[in-house]
Ligand binder design. Structure first.
Ligand SMILES: Cc1cc2nc3c(=O)[nH]c(=O)nc-3n(C[C@H](O)[C@H](O)[C@H](O)COP(=O)(O)O)c2cc1C
Length: 390
């Protein structure tokens, strides 16, 4: 990994991997592991990237057509790119007001942004900061039905267009680094406390003046003595509905009258069930390798899902997108677009909104250039014929 030093110029960062290196340099170990780590042996985490690398692109030469057309409809949302920013929790540990930085960068690029249930900024704060944003909200299955209803009512009130139900995290994945970094729940080990002190800029930015940020969406439901980020983490883990099933999502379908997406689909039968229940879209995802280790990579799971439901429902994909050419490969296999997870988080951790915008610019340029070099004018020309699988 390339090394970076204090004061590195974000505009000179050339790739998502370089942005990751800069984020690594700026974050204390425990925050970096939270961002970059996966479950157990991290096999799925690493396959998410290496399986993209196994796919080769075919190309036609001498087709001059720069720049290609990149606009796309993502489950009915008009997007300037076949990508959007997906839901991630606790972003405020990476940069102050990170949710707002991500939302604003998405708004500038004219792509949708999805806020997590466990975000630090509340949905009302995000809407206030980015009034034109195509705003999506991600919901976990929670035990307390009233809490679910209230979150849905708030999402509707702030003009959320699309609700994303995350189906693959009703129990939290086995993230060993998380337990290793804490001596007991909510208490960093001495080693990690010392490591935090080696990152005074992070301490100044993120911890002053109030400590780790609280969870805006959940604060109204927390007892006063638990009004902290870590209190909210405990609360949400207790609230995750381990009995969350197809009946539960059918109930949400009846309650929510906007567009509805199921995130965390890896099996064609589940994709068919989502079509049957009237979902508008699915996200083929393994949660960035943070849940079931050994699960298929998303790009590996995609062809069977497209075969089962392609044309019946919009398909998005996440997990492992680090280059514009990854977006080309996913689109050629049949997705409308991709959700960005760590790619834009590396940007926000390295430099707030400027870092996110730089990542989006890099991916856009890479996507444009790849299509041009392949002799493809428009995204919808892409098909499996553009791929070579060795
Ligand atoms: C730090 C972090 C926090 C995440 N938090 C959430 C979350 O709150 N809700 C959710 O549905 N997915 C969450 N995810 C999963 C992402 O939405 C997405 O599926 C994943 O990051 C895609 O993989 P990639 O990071 O390799 O691109 C999180 C991922 C990361 C890296």
């Amino acid at each position: 990994m390339r090394r970076f030093y204090k004061g590195a110029d974000i505009s000179r960062v050339q790739s998502v991997a370089e942005m990751a290196a800069l984020a690594r340099y700026r974050l204390p170990d425990f925050a970096w592991e939270y961002l970059a780590g996966g479950a157990e042996n991290e096999q799925t985490l690493s396959c998410n990237e290496s399986d993209f690398a196994k796919i080769r692109l075919t190309s036609h030469t001498l087709v001059a057509n720069y720049p290609p057309e990149l606009t796309r409809s993502l489950v009915g949302s008009a997007s300037a790119l076949p990508m959007m920013i997906g839901p991630t929790g606790f972003n405020g540990m990476l940069w102050p007001q990170a949710d707002i930085a991500l939302a604003k960068a998405a708004n500038v690029k004219k792509i949708p942004f999805c806020l997590s249930t466990v975000s630090n900024a509340s949905m009302e704060q995000v809407r206030e900061a980015a009034q034109e944003l195509d705003f999506w909200f991600q919901l976990y299955g929670l035990k307390n039905a009233q809490l679910n209803d209230d979150l849905l009512a708030r999402a509707k009130a702030v003009g959320v267009s699309t609700l994303v139900i995350t189906s693959d995290a009703f129990v939290v994945g086995n993230r060993e680094w998380d337990r290793r970094n804490f001596a007991r729940p909510r208490q960093l080990t001495w080693h990690n406390k010392a490591n935090v002190m080696l990152h005074p800029n992070w301490v100044r930015r993120v911890m002053f003046p109030y400590g780790l940020p609280t969870m805006g969406n959940l604060n109204p439901y927390l007892p006063t003595y638990e009004q902290s980020a870590l209190g909210a983490m405990k609360f949400i883990q207790e609230q995750l509905d381990t009995l969350f099933n197809w009946e539960s999502v059918a109930r949400i379908r009846d309650q929510w009258h906007g567009k509805l997406i199921l995130k965390g689909v890896l099996h064609p039968d589940d994709a068919k069930q989502a079509v049957k229940l009237g979902f508008d879209g699915i996200v083929v995802s393994n949660h960035g390798g943070r849940q079931l280790d050994g699960a298929l990579s998303s790009i590996e799971a995609l062809p069977a899902i497209v075969k089962a439901v392609g044309g019946d429902i919009d398909i998005l994909l996440d997990s492992g997108i680090r280059r514009g050419s990854d977006v080309v490969k996913a689109a050629a296999l049949g997705v409308q677009g991709v959700m960005l997870g760590r790619a834009t988080l590396f940007g926000v951790a390295a430099g707030g909104q400027i870092g996110v915008s730089r990542v989006l610019d890099i991916l856009q340029e890479e996507l444009s250039r790849s299509l041009n070099l392949m002799g493809v004018q428009r995204l919808d020309e892409l098909s499996p014929a553009h791929l070579y699988l060795s």
